[in-house]
Design a binder for this molecule. Structure first.
Ligand code: NAD
Length: 256
């Protein structure tokens, strides 16, 4: 489906970003992985993807909290036909106690980076005559929860920016959409299960269904492979007239 294309996935040395990069590679595209670290295992992830799927894969270190580095990532990537803005962090606190540095970091990584990478990638997509911008927003881009002011503000911002970019590129063979995941079983979420089991004196399944997936009517996590599949669909020709919108992968969360 994506043979000959190159995809840049921000924040892709773990979780959803890595899952998305793997599914894009499975669909035949070359991929650029990214995070702020520069460890051997980061580069090894790219080598594994290249070997498994027979594509070119590189890891480029860049800190998505820094606008210059966001733009440098796109420059260093060379081609950028598919841009997946996935890097993101979370912090949970009441707004009157929310640490200013956490607010600034969340807005920088979850929102500002999308502005910088998109601004740098669009001229390349125009030159190539084809492009896809796919933003990993969240159910929190469409709804809110208490204690997540920065995250909810940033993700609503991403959904808004998605619509604007779609309008600015509407007459070109470029689309821009956002994917809004509910709860996804990433290593980050998996790591919280043992503690929560202890705290509530519940078994694994009970914690997952009654505590973690309380707002997800399916009572199932979405998987990183499903997020990858949705991304590949949005990058495919079948989705050429889908632009400026959101696709929820949330087990019914936003239907409530
Ligand atoms: P994760 O922590 O596993 O992945 C986050 C990725 O971002 C990692 O690769 C990390 O290295 C990278 N990252 C963090 N700070 C960075 C920085 N300064 N520069 C570059 N990269 C940086 O979490 P995840 O669950 O895979 O989350 C990925 C995206 O999906 C985020 O935008 C998150 O908001 C969104 N999301 C996740 C869930 C969920 O339930 N897991 C639900 C909705 C949305």
């Amino acid at each position: 489906v994506l043979n000959g294309k190159t995809a840049v996935v921000t924040g892709s040395n773990s979780g959803i970003g890595l899952g998305v990069a793997r599914e894009i590679a499975r669909a035949g595209a070359n991929v650029v992985l990214n995070s702020f670290t520069d460890r051997e295992e980061d580069h090894a992830l790219a080598a594994e993807i290249a070997k498994e799927f027979g594509v070119e894969a590189r890891y480029i270190q860049a800190d998505m909290s820094d606008g210059e580095q966001c733009r440098a990532l796109i420059e260093k990537a060379g081609d950028c036909d598919v841009l997946v803005n996935n890097a993101g962090i979370q912090h949970v606190a009441p707004i009157d106690e929310f640490p200013m540095d956490k607010w600034n970091a969340i807005i920088a990584i979850n929102l500002n980076s999308v502005f910088h990478t998109t601004a740098a990638a669009l001229p390349k997509m125009r030159t190539a005559g084809w492009g896809r911008v796919i933003n990993i927003a969240s159910a929190h881009g469409l709804t809110a929860s208490p204690f997540k002011s920065a995250y909810v503000a940033a993700k609503h911002g991403v959904v808004g920016m998605t619509k604007t970019v779609a309008l600015e590129t509407a007459e070109e063979p470029i689309t821009c959409n956002a994917i809004c995941p509910g709860y996804v079983l990433t290593p980050l979420v998996e790591a919280q299960i043992p503690d929560t089991m202890e705290k509530y004196n519940m078994g694994r399944e009970e914690v997952i269904k009654k505590v973690m997936l309380e707002r997800q009517p399916s009572r199932e996590f979405a998987t990183v492979e499903q997020l990858g599949g949705t991304t590949v669909f949005l990058a495919s020709d079948a989705a050429a007239q889908i632009t400026g919108t959101t696709i929820s992968v949330d087990g019914g969360w936003t239907a409530l």
